[in-house]
Write a protein that binds this ligand. Structure first.
Ligand code: NAP
Length: 244
C-alpha cells in the first residue's frame, strides 16, 4: 500500500507505542492517541518520523469528538487502548468493575470507530485493527478448542479476569459485525490476539510477557492488509487463526 495515515489509541506506551513506532518507521503518518498530553508528546518524540500527538480518552465523548475533528482523512484505525482490571473471577467481580472495563474495552472502541468512520470512508484502503486477547477465546475458555493456536499455548479453562475477558469477547463479536457492515465499502476489520507481553497492563504481563514489538508486528500486518486480504478474522500476533 502507499503511505497511509494511521491512528493508534493508547499509543503513549506498551503495545500501542510499538505499533505506532513500526508504522512510522515504514513512512506512514501516525496519530499517537494518548489521554494525557504530556505522555503523548513524550511518545511522539521517542517514535520519530511523521508521528503526531492526538489527545484521546476513549471513554470521554467530548475527547473523542475533538480528536475526530482534527483528523479529516484516515486509512488505518488501531483500537489498542485497553485496561485489564483486578482479574477477579466470575461471581466475585464487582459490577462497577465490569462497567469500568467495558467503558474502555468495548464502548470506547464503538465510540472511536464510529467517530472516525467518516474519515476512514475517504480512504481507498480503509483498515481497522482491534486489539483483543487470546484469553477472550470462548472455545479456549470452555476447553473445547483445537487447532494450532491452542496446541502451542497452554490455556486452562478458568473464570479469572471475568470482566476483562468477557469485554474482549464482546470486542471480538463487534469486530465481526463491523467487518460485515463495512465489507461492501472495502474495509478490512480484524482482531488481534497479541500474546502475553511485557507491559504495564497487569502484574502477569509485566512479569511474564514477551517483547511488545512482536505483538505490534502482528497489528501492523493487519493494518497494511492488501485489498484481497481477509476481514472479520481473529488472528494471533504470528498470523495464526485463533478459535472464537
Ligand atoms: P499498557 O501498557 O497498560 O497500555 C495500555 C494503553 O491504553 C495505555 O496507553 C493507556 O493509557 C491506554 N488507555 C487506557 N485507558 C484509556 C482510555 N480511557 N483512553 C485512552 N487510552 C487509554 O498495556 P498493553 O499491554 O500495551 O495493552 C494494549 C492492548 O493490548 C490492550 O487492549 C490490552 O488489553 C491488549 N493486550 C495486552 C496483553 C499483554 O500481555 N500486554 C495481552 C493481551 C491483550 P495511559 O498510559 O494513560 O493509562
Amino acid at each position: 500500500m502507499d503511505k497511509s495515515i494511521a491512528l493508534v489509541s493508547g499509543a503513549n506506551k506498551g503495545i500501542g507505542r510499538e505499533i505506532a513506532r513500526q508504522l512510522a518507521a515504514e513512512g506512514h503518518t501516525v496519530y499517537v492517541g494518548s489521554r494525557d498530553a504530556a505522555n503523548g508528546e513524550r511518545a511522539v518524540a521517542e517514535i520519530g518520523g511523521d508521528a503526531r500527538p492526538l489527545l484521546l480518552d476513549v471513554t470521554d465523548a467530548r475527547s473523542v469528538a475533538a480528536a475526530a475533528s482534527h483528523v479529516a482523512a484516515l486509512d488505518i484505525l488501531v483500537n489498542n487502548a485497553g485496561i485489564s482490571g483486578d482479574g477477579k473471577p466470575a461471581g466475585e467481580e464487582d459490577l462497577t468493575e465490569y462497567r469500568r472495563i467495558y467503558e474502555t474495552n468495548v464502548f470506547g472502541v464503538v465510540a472511536v470507530t464510529d467517530a472516525f468512520l467518516p474519515a476512514l470512508r475517504r480512504s481507498a484502503h480503509p483498515r481497522i485493527v482491534n486489539v483483543s486477547s487470546g484469553t477472550a477465546s470462548l472455545a479456549a475458555s470452555g476447553g473445547h478448542a483445537t487447532g494450532s493456536y491452542l496446541a502451542s499455548r497452554s490455556r486452562p479453562a478458568s473464570g479469572a479476569f471475568a470482566a476483562y475477558r468477557s469485554s474482549k469477547a464482546a470486542l471480538n463479536a463487534l469486530t465481526v459485525l463491523y467487518a460485515n457492515a463495512l465489507a461492501a465499502d472495502g474495509f478490512k476489520v480484524n482482531v488481534l490476539a497479541p500474546g502475553l507481553r511485557r507491559t504495564d497492563l497487569n502484574a502477569g504481563a509485566a512479569a511474564n510477557g514477551g517483547d511488545p514489538a512482536e505483538a505490534a508486528a502482528g497489528a501492523v500486518r493487519l493494518a497494511l492488509l492488501p485489498d484481497d486480504g481477509p476481514t472479520g478474522q481473529f488472528v494471533s500476533w504470528d498470523g495464526t487463526p485463533v478459535p472464537w
